[in-house]
Design a protein around this ligand. Structure first.
Ligand SMILES: N[C@@H](CCC(=O)N[C@@H](CS)C(=O)NCC(=O)O)C(=O)O
Length: 230
């Protein structure tokens, strides 16, 4: 049975991006169902395709089918992918690296509210200097500390540029943060900039970016720095 991932707009949906790039980067086949925000399709199908009326939702099988298993909440989706495909190192194999990868992924899932609300993901736009509201600098400092410690303890001994060496779920969890940094361009230490540069050319992330840039829908809720097109 194949997987189906229900997602939102690639330009805006940071939560959707995480499992999508994880599956794609590991070459795990899946069908994609996109429900665009603020659309008639969303209103018509979201209750049937997403138990919490939020994206992403992963279905093991056809989306919405009684015989398929739905999995919601990004961190749970990632754990399901790891359980379902044990042949892939979705989490790092080393137990200490794995513990830290899980911890920083959980921290990302639950936290960084100031960054998430003041710098909404908007891949096709450039808003340098915008969004630096209360709490955002602290969130960015914590993210840079996470990236530095992961790279120093686990990543820098490998040829690979990712947090724990090979691409893992932790990189997928931070991919939308990288997108935000590329849009809002806060000041970063050189190691963080290098990580962002490596992430944006990882094949799955580059593919998501390309598709996001082709989208034209304007979702006002995610556009605090722009006016709707007339
Ligand atoms: N905690 C959820 C968050 C999911 C979420 O908030 N998704 C947003 C899109 S990125 C959504 O579906 N928003 C639509 C809505 O709230 O009506 C997760 O981890 O997946």
């Amino acid at each position: 049975m194949s997987l189906t991932l229900v997602i939102g707009n690639k330009n805006y949906s940071s939560w959707s991006m995480r499992p999508w790039v994880l599956l794609r980067q590991f070459g795990i086949p899946f069908n994609e169902v996109m429900l665009k925000f603020e659309s008639a399709e969303w209103d018509e199908h979201i209750s049937r395709l997403a138990p919490t009326r939020k994206v992403p939702t992963l279905w093991d099988g056809d989306a919405g089918a009684a015989s398929s298993t739905p999995v919601w909440e990004t961190i749970a989706i990632i754990e399901y992918i790891a359980d379902r495909f044990p042949q892939f190192d979705i989490w790092p194999r080393d137990v200490a690296a794995r513990a830290m990868a899980r911890a920083v992924s959980a921290e990302m899932h639950a936290g960084f509210q100031a960054l998430r609300s003041n710098m909404p993901m908007n891949i096709r736009s450039q808003h340098p200097g915008k969004g630096m509201k209360a709490g955002v600098a602290e969130d960015i400092a914590r993210i840079e500390a996470i990236w530095r410690v992961a790279r120093e303890r686990f990543g820098s001994y490998t040829e690979s540029p990712f947090l724990f060496g090979q691409f893992s779920a932790a990189d997928a969890m931070f991919a939308p943060v990288v997108m935000r940094f590329l849009t809002y361009m806060p000041s970063l230490v050189p190691a963080s900039t290098q990580y962002c540069e490596a992430m944006k050319i990882a094949p799955a992330i580059a593919a998501w970016i390309t598709e996001a840039q082709q989208e034209t829908e304007f979702v006002g809720f995610d556009e605090p720095n722009a006016s709707p097109p007339v």
